[in-house]
Every structure is written in C-alpha cells, then in structure tokens.
Design a protein around this ligand. Structure first.
Ligand code: GLY
Ligand code: MN
Ligand code: MN
Length: 447
C-alpha cells in the first residue's frame, strides 16, 4: 500500500474516530475535546529534554509523532482542527506544516505558544482536555477525565482499516530489520552490531522504536526485557533472541524471533515453540475469549516441555500443577496498536469493570473477547530463569522437572516467537508471517 492509499484510508479512519468520540463525549457530559501532543520532560538539573514520546490519544487523530506542543481540537459537528506548533526558535528547526494528502481532512492553525492556546477553545463549551501536562486555562475538573478516556480506550481495541494498514507496514519494516539482525548474528557480530543492523535496515532511529529492542545472546535470552547490548559476541555463541518492532505513522509492530546457532536439543525447542506459536495464531478468531488462548498456550507449551525432556508430565497436568509457569511466566500476548502494550486489554464493556485474569496468571494483559479488527500479539516462550527454577526446586514441582536437562539448556537461555495477528470475520491475518514472506520474496527477486 502506498502513502496515497493510506492517506485515503485515513479519511475514513477520522470519520470513525469522530463517531466514537461523539458518543463518548455525550456519555461523559462534554461538549468538545482537546488533545495535547505533550511536551518532552526535561532532564534533572540540565537544559536538555528526554526524547519526545507523543501522547497516544493525539496520534490517534493526527499522524504527527515528532512535534511536541501541538493540539487537536474537536467539537461534534465540526471538522477537527490541529493547532500546529511552530515556535520562533533559532536554536532548533521548527517543524514544517505537513502537506501530504491526509492533511486535507483537518483544519490547521499555526501557534507559537501552547501555553496560550486555551483561548482557541474558549467558546466550545465544556471541553475535555487530554494531555500529560496541565496547560493554563484548562479547568482542572475537565483535565484527563477518567470516564471519557476509558470509553475512548475501550473502543480503540477495534482497529479501522487505516490502522490495520499502518500495522501491516510496521510489520514490513520490522521484518526488514529482523532479516538484517539475523545476518549480523550469522556472521558472528555482537548484540550491539545486531541491534545497529536492525535500526539501519528499518531506517528508524532508536528513539523512533515503539519499545527498546531486546537483542540477546546465550543466557541473556532468558531475561524477558533484557536491556543491555554487549559490544562483543560471546564464545561460544549458542542462541539469539530478538524482540524488536518498528512504527508506521505511530502504530507499532512487536516481533520476536529466536535462532539456534547449531542443531541439538535447543534447536529442537526453538522449532517446537515455533510450531506451538503457529497453532496458537490459529486461535485468534472472533468470539474466542483471549483468556482461553492463554490457557491453551500453557497446555500446548506444557506438551512441548515434555517432548524436549524438560518435564515429565503432559500439558494439562503441567498447567494444573503450576509447572508451565516456571518456564512460561508471562502472558500469551496483548493488544497492539498506537502503543506496543495497547490500552484497554482488561476492560469490560461495563465502565469501570475489569475482566478478570485467570487465577494464578497475574501478568496476562488481555482478557477480552476477540472481535473483527482486534489486533493482538501471540508470543509463547520457554525460558530457563534462575529465580523461577529455584522456587520450583523448593516445592512439589521439583519432581516434575528433569534438572539435568535444565542444566543442559541453561546456557542457551530461552525461546520466544512473537507475531502480530489481526482478528477478522474469517481466518486470522498473521501480519508478521505475511511480512516475513514478502521480505524474503523481495530478497530472492533482488538476488
Ligand atoms: N516487546 C514487549 C512485548 O513483547 O510485550
Ligand atoms: Mn515483543
Ligand atoms: Mn509483545
């Protein structure tokens, strides 16, 4: 899909957003909405800012992610208006007004001071304000109203065709990055080199990534959110786990791949998790309770654990006895969209109520029913994590685990495979596998 087609989809996206907002404003007792892009926080005792991360409620309306202090104003019945921040500043290069086709769907006014912007919405009636900083002139009672935000966040789980197209593109970029990072690993490059290769292939800088890349070798692959980058490759190099996404117009991909350096039990484990992951992707269908997908993952991974020799009991029994949680401690996935862990995952249709997580599964981020348009990740993993293994060694789970196999696999760390999957009215759409296939096809064509 080219930028022009995406721009056309944006117009319909905006219409849906306006309809959703009209409903939510009326239900929450507001006449209008203002969303502030936010300002980057300043470093303590310094004159620099942290990298700017735009308010997700702002980028839902306007695909501008790199210009702080802009505002979006919307009053039902009128076109949305952007107050575009363009300061008189000779230290920095002020942002240029965008001119792409999508901009025609909005009205534009240039401002040079967001702290004086409240005069622009003074006549709109009771106006809700959503933003990370309080601006002068905003009634504190109307700032970040919980009920309104909850209604908007609940609806955001169902993506518009524009959002689905952005997510597909974010997956294409990610697939390119993953191919480059794998090439770096294959030639023996360090974690740092694999990471830098990833960024270059995506043509995105580190601060544009939707989350910090997880680029891990050997034992580091067992650290769920491993945050370092070693500058030299370990010897021997056994395993590689990379969890890295990219963004398109503010929408995130969130992709994990794991590779074994040589054949053996760990390579078999990687393959078995990959097969399990594909089976679980098949469960992303409308009408399915995502909590059931999570429990199904435990059963399937329980069987994988037994097959590779780590445990001595089948999946269902492993789930019931808590053995699977030793090796698979996180949720099977989450909502994906403007934020990598998109909001609204445990919200119930009834305002203020949560859909409970299954007992004993505190880290599951999504408990909702799947419906067409909902995009989720599917990310089963099996890890050798010292603290969890030590806890299991100290209780009744000890007898179900083959500790010699645990010791054999520990130097390899862990395995995770993660795809981004859209629920449709029919078969699931695996955006990640589709993107990897297209990337491989393009590489073949270029060879
Ligand atoms: N990259 C974080 C996650 O997979 O949820
Ligand atoms: Mn991930
Ligand atoms: Mn994820």
């Amino acid at each position: 899909m080219n930028d022009f087609s995406l721009d056309q989809l944006y117009v319909a996206h905006l219409t849906t957003l306006m309809q959703r907002t009209d409903r939510s404003l009326a239900q929450s007792g507001f006449d209008a909405l203002v969303v502030h892009a936010g300002r980057p926080p300043a470093l303590f005792l310094d004159d620099q800012d942290y990298p700017f991360k735009v308010n997700p409620q702002f980028k839902a309306w306007v695909p501008i992610v790199d210009n702080p202090r802009c505002l979006l104003m919307y009053s039902p019945g009128s076109r949305p208006k952007v107050l575009f921040y363009q300061p008189n500043d000779f230290w920095h290069k002020p942002a240029k007004l965008p001119t792409a086709a999508w901009t025609a769907a909005l009205d534009w006014t240039v401002i040079d001071d967001d702290s004086k912007a409240a005069t622009h919405w003074a006549k709109l009636g009771r106006t809700a304000f959503i933003g990370p900083q309080a601006l002068p002139g905003v009634d504190p009672e109307c700032a970040n109203p919980k009920e309104l935000i909850a209604r908007l966040e609940y609806e955001r789980a169902v993506k518009t065709p524009y959002e689905l197209a952005c997510l597909r593109k974010a997956n294409e970029l990610g697939a390119r990055g993953h191919a480059a990072a794998f090439a770096a690993f294959s030639r023996g490059g360090s974690e740092y080199e694999a990471h830098m290769s990833y960024l270059a292939a995506c043509a995105q800088r580190e601060e544009e990534m939707p989350y910090n890349n997880i680029v891990a070798y050997n034992e580091n692959t067992a650290v769920l959110h491993y945050q370092h980058l070693e500058r030299s490759a370990p010897s021997p190099l056994r395993s590689f786990l990379i969890d890295a996404g990219a963004q398109c117009r503010g929408y995130a991909s969130d992709i994990t791949r794991t590779y074994a350096r040589s054949p053996g039990r760990y390579a078999d484990l990687v393959q078995a998790v990959d097969r399990a992951q594909l089976a679980l992707c098949g469960e992303i269908v409308a009408g399915r309770d995502y909590r059931e997908v999570h429990l199904s993952a435990h059963r399937i991974l329980g069987d994988v654990l037994e097959q590779v020799g780590l445990t001595r009991l089948p999946g269902q029994a492993a789930l019931e006895s808590g053995v699977t949680s030793v090796f698979f401690p996180h949720g099977i996935g989450h909502l994906l969209g403007l934020q990598v862990h998109d909001v609204g995952g445990v919200m119930s249709e009834r305002l203020g109520h949560e859909r409970e997580r299954p007992k004993g599964h505190p880290y599951l981020r999504l408990t909702r029913m799947l419906e067409p348009g909902v995009v989720v990740t599917v990310e089963p993993g099996i890890y050798l994590i010292d603290s969890l293994l030590a806890a299991a060694h100290g209780d009744e789970r000890r007898a179900h685990i083959d500790w010699a196999v645990v010791e054999e696999l520990k130097p390899y760390g862990g395995v995770r495979i993660e795809d981004n999957v859209a629920t449709t009215a029919d078969k699931p759409e695996n955006m990640t596998r589709d993107a990897f296939t297209r990337t491989a096809v393009r590489k073949d064509a270029a060879a």
